[in-house]
Design a protein around this ligand. Sequence first.
Ligand code: DGP
Length: 118
Amino acid sequence: MSETTTDCLFCRILAGDIPADIIYESDTAIAFRDINPQAPTHVLIIPRKHVATINDIDPGDEEIVGSLYSAARDIAAAEGIAEEGYRAVMNCNEGAGQSVFHIHLHLLGGRTLSWPPG
Ligand code: DGP
């Protein structure tokens, strides 16, 4: 698995080739607002490393993947939704709704979120 791919939409956002409303950056991850928000707060948190799906996470990627959750914690606090509650979810493959094949944590909040999801 290459570190970046020119045909990956999110790698192109990382490279600055495609604009995005980036609200968070760290050594391992960035976050930007979803282009089609499903909640008042809908942020996508992605690793700088290109990993296509959860199934492609390598041994040694644990720190990178963990950093997505640290970002979710900090962004939720900054968005003012930490106490009321929010959802951090990652879809894997088409059957679960994944449409962009560079792993991303959806951070959703600012409204009541029902369970189970559709
Ligand atoms: P998923 O279906 O889990 O792979 O989520 C992909 C998300 O990516 C979806 O909620 C819409 C969002 N998205 C797709 N293209 C763009 C884009 O060009 N910019 C931004 N900000 N979000 C995008």
